[in-house]
Design a protein around this ligand. Structure first.
Ligand SMILES: C[S@@+](CC[C@H](N)C(=O)[O-])C[C@H]1O[C@@H](n2cnc3c(N)ncnc32)[C@H](O)[C@@H]1O
Length: 301
């Protein structure tokens, strides 16, 4: 079965957008606490490099989704204009609901930023965005599009402006848990990455080197480990098996390819059993389910 991320055609963009539409609600409910904390530190790091509240600031949140970065920015900066873009309109409905006077929303493919935003007069007047953020977006484009993704961000930023990326690290416990269950069912199962851009580096020094190699200067990073804060096995199971997050769905697509005879319902049953066993060993197991993320910010020369 072809992956929904496998081509950069318009058709693929539509499918990408559909996948994220379904994910919006659950993503926002479960992950907002942790992504808000990550976004706050990501913005603070950017602000240290180039203050975000200068009179000339015009900020892009590329792949804004449910608005972890945009809503944080907009509540801190009531008059600075922020443009929130995403390939999925409904991912941004939470931002729209806030009616933030300084935020505009547009459906834009991150791989076509420059062309699509040519009609943005504010961007032309200012010679580009002063700051561009893309938190947890780059890993969802194809491997051969990651340079385009970064170059597109660099191209829409003014000289001296910042380009920031949020990247999920290697330790994502909830994904590892599903893979553990797959291996319990089939010890020979070949576990695969959930990221379309699985060749993009996921460690702090490698990510830093990568963005430096693409021309960004004064590159600074944060490597952090958060807990997702799942409270119950059912909440975790609903997120993992009904959340429709396209990255998580890839896990099941790969499993179905290898084992069309073993349905996902059985995987879910085993998953619940495995979590139960882990909780017997450690009653805080659920609350400890952790996520590693790296924020990286550099300056366009
Ligand atoms: C994991 S969410 C992150 C959302 C938000 N930045 C956050 O950190 O909470 C990934 C977002 O990237 C968007 N996305 C995926 N591919 C995209 C593309 N090619 N262009 C623009 N947005 C894209 C999805 O629609 C989704 O909203």
């Amino acid at each position: 079965m072809a992956s929904i991320w496998s081509s950069m055609s318009d058709n693929s963009s539509n499918k990408t957008s559909e996948g994220w539409n379904k994910a919006a609600e659950v993503y926002s409910n479960v992950f907002s606490r942790v992504t808000n904390a990550i976004a706050r530190d990501f913005i603070d790091l950017t602000h240290k490099i180039k203050p975000i509240d200068e009179p000339d600031s015009y900020i892009l949140d590329n792949g804004a989704g449910t608005g972890a970065v945009t809503i944080n920015l907009a509540t801190r900066l009531t008059s600075t204009p922020v443009l929130a873009t995403d390939i999925s309109d409904s991912m941004m409905s939470k931002i729209r609901d806030q009616n933030l006077s300084n935020v505009q929303i547009r459906v834009v493919d991150a791989l076509r930023l420059d062309k699509t935003l040519q009609d943005d007069t504010r961007r032309s007047e200012k010679g580009g965005f002063s700051h561009a953020f893309a938190m947890f977006v780059l890993q969802f484009v194809p491997n051969d599009a990651t340079d385009t993704f970064i170059n597109q961000m660099i191209s829409v930023v003014q000289p001296g402006g910042t380009v920031g990326l949020g990247i999920w690290g290697d330790k994502i416990d909830n994904i590892d848990l599903v893979n553990q269950v797959f291996l319990e069912i089939d010890p020979n199962y070949k576990v695969r990455s959930v990221w379309t851009a699985d060749e993009f580096p996921r460690t702090e020094p490698e990510i830093k080197r990568k963005v430096e190699s693409m021309g960004l200067k004064n590159v600074q990073t944060i490597d952090r480990h958060d807990t997702a804060g799942f409270e119950t096995t059912e909440q975790l199971a609903v997120y993992m098996f009904e959340g429709k997050n396209p990255a998580v769905e890839k896990l099941y697509d790969y499993w179905r390819e290898a084992h069309p005879e073993i349905g996902i319902d059985l995987v879910r049953e085993k998953f619940t059993e495995t979590v139960g066993k882990e909780l017997e060993k450690d009653k805080d197991f659920l609350r400890k389910i952790g996520l590693q993320s790296i924020s990286v910010v550099g300056v366009k020369p």
